[in-house]
Design a protein around this ligand. Structure first.
Ligand SMILES: Cc1cc2nc3c(=O)[nH]c(=O)nc-3n(C[C@H](O)[C@H](O)[C@H](O)COP(=O)(O)OP(=O)(O)OC[C@H]3O[C@@H](n4cnc5c(N)ncnc54)[C@H](O)[C@@H]3O)c2cc1C
Length: 521
């Protein structure tokens, strides 16, 4: 069976142990963990995989320097534990998909000697908490060293800086690759299928059947289940209330915007952490796959699908970029912009009037609804997706399936494309061009040679779609057949991601091969 809709619908069974609703980071993590524990699993995702929050993140695999600061300032043990867990997960995420996640150097500029000492101690603590999983020790830099490390940084009033390390990832592909891995191990995985309703057992009101709708063919289907996991991020309350209308809302949605600029505005490989904006937040300037990513904002918002970046968000982020960079960018230099909705969890009893989302903890919680037995995994962040899944499965086994906890096997399990592969040998080979080899490795990892073989079977398959870009003509068929792409949006905004970096280029690629997705079902 291949990872495409036809094969997955052929695989569709009458009953499953676990149905996961939502194919973002959280649902993907739960699906892989459950499959590795030996359960028969199905994932239904109403859009494309990772099409909501999970492809709109800042792409950091991190413990969160800001969360550590909050933990220390407020003597918050919960927050401290969260940073500890995330820092340990950081290493695991890098190890399980080295083609999709890598270490990233970040500089925090300091404008007073007090700040320099404060951040030096803070970053030292950050390293110590990571312990043996630390990526590289942080260190203080003087002005001269800063100029070498981040050539475009405006040095006015700077007294020094702290260089530290976190991870950076390809978020959309990371989620896709986790789901592909789950599918390879037996799970049924479907995009563009929506949860429509549940049926319940007469006696206990527990969910016994899931009704879904294939949104592409407009067809209903159903299957029996032993347990349902609600991993719908910002949409969590909708599913919770569908299962039990008496449940109180728990999610608070906050929007985070990013803009993308050309690389020339921020040369080099080191990112910048602006630790305090005028409104008390952090903003990052990050080198990102040949471009510069600037973000993010944090404002309470209403639930919506695919929110669009506002002009004032673009202006705000551009203003910060220009304040810190000597290479000034104009509004017309913005290549793309995107917004994600943070699925923030309100602590129970917290007043529903709370609007300051910056203070809400990015931790997660697993809830089992007593009546329907719906298991909702709420909150969290990308970096902690794996432990969120582990906690979900542990609770689901004891409280819903009433079986003994089975071991979680995801820690040392590479995801699709992340298994042993001599990347250097591939990158230094002479097949195609070095840009194409890099694109193929950073997209497919160990499967890169298989993608080339596939493209070779198609006329003009190994020729590029557009001169100057590394995307091969044959990849389109590969993405349809082996990665469940159903539209150009799936390809440019997630499988390749070029559309999120450069809107005009994404559209140009689509114009070249408009007909490619005419017959997907
Ligand atoms: C601006 C921003 C920046 C961030 N940066 C970082 C970062 O740098 N590092 C980090 O670790 N974390 C970061 N995060 C947090 C991280 O991105 C999220 O915690 C994570 O992506 C949430 O994943 P999810 O799967 O829970 O939600 P989502 O990705 O939103 O997935 C939920 C899925 O459920 C589907 N769904 C909803 N209803 C239904 C239904 N009825 N039937 C079927 N499917 C349904 C949706 O279509 C969606 O795909 C950031 C978040 C934001 C918003």
């Amino acid at each position: 069976m291949s990872f495409n809709r036809q094969d997955q619908f052929k695989k569709l069974a009458d009953s499953y142990d676990i149905c996961v609703i939502g194919g973002g980071a959280t649902g993907a993590g739960v699906a892989l963990d459950a499959t590795l524990r030996g359960y028969k699993v199905i994932v239904i995702e109403k859009g494309d995989f990772a099409s909501q929050t999970s492809s709109k993140s800042t792409k950091l695999v991190h413990g969160g320097v800001r969360y550590l600061e909050q933990a220390v300032r407020n003597l918050d043990w919960q927050q401290f534990k969260m940073v500890y867990k995330a820092l340990h997960e950081r290493k695991i995420m890098l190890q399980n998909a080295p083609h999709l996640a890598h270490p990233l150097a970040l500089l925090t500029p300091c404008y007073s000697w007090f700040d320099r000492a404060y951040y030096r101690i803070g970053m030292w603590l950050y390293d110590k908490i990571a312990g043996s999983t630390n990526l590289k020790d942080s260190r203080g830099l003087n002005k001269k060293e800063i100029q070498k490390e981040v050539p475009a940084l405006n040095l006015k009033k700077i007294v020094g800086g702290i260089l530290y390390y976190d991870g950076q990832m390809n978020d959309a592909r990371y989620a896709l690759s986790i789901l592909q891995e789950a599918e390879k191990l037996g799970a049924t995985v479907l995009n563009y299928t929506e949860l429509s309703s549940f049926t319940y057992s007469h006696k206990s009101l527990k969910i016994k059947e899931v009704h879904g709708k294939d949104l592409i063919r407009n067809k209903e289907f159903q299957f029996n289940v032993r347990a349902v996991v609600n991993a719908t991020g910002p949409f969590t309350d909708k599913i919770r209330k569908l299962a039990n209308p008496n449940l109180q809302e728990r999610m608070k949605v906050s929007r985070g915007a990013h803009i993308v600029l050309e690389k020339k505005f921020w040369p080099g490989d080191t990112a910048l952490l602006i630790p305090k904006t005028d409104d008390g937040r952090v903003v990052f300037l990050l080198p990102w796959r040949g471009y510069v990513l600037v973000g993010t904002t944090d404002d309470a918002d209403k639930l919506s699908e695919n929110p669009i970046i506002l002009e004032e968000e673009k202006t705000y982020l551009l203003e910060y970029f220009n304040r810190f960079s000597t290479e000034k960018a104009a509004p017309s230099d913005i290549k793309a912009g995107f917004v994600g909705l943070r699925p923030l969890l309100q602590v129970q009893l917290q007043t529903a009037m709370q609007t300051d989302t910056k203070s809400l903890v990015r931790d997660h919680e697993v809830e089992v609804d007593r009546r329907s037995k719906l298991v909702s995994i709420m909150g969290g962040k990308w970096t902690t997706y794996r432990i969120m899944a582990e906690d979900t499965l542990d609770i689901l086994e004891t409280e819903v399936l009433h079986v003994r906890k089975s071991p979680c096997l995801t820690k040392n399990h590479p995801i699709m494309g992340g298994d042993t592969f001599d990347a250097d040998l591939f990158l230094n080979s002479v097949i195609l061009t070095s840009e194409i080899r890099r694109h193929l490795y950073e997209t497919y990892g160990s499967l890169a040679p298989r993608v080339i073989e596939f493209c070779q079977t198609i006329p003009q398959g190994t020729e590029v779609l557009l001169n100057g870009l590394p995307y091969l003509q044959g990849e389109i068929d590969y993405l349809k057949k082996h990665e469940m792409a159903t539209s150009w949006d799936d390809v440019v905004n997630r499988r390749w991601g070029i559309g999120l970096r450069d809107d005009a280029l994404g559209r140009k690629l689509e114009d070249i091969k408009k007909e490619a997705f005419a017959s997907i079902s």
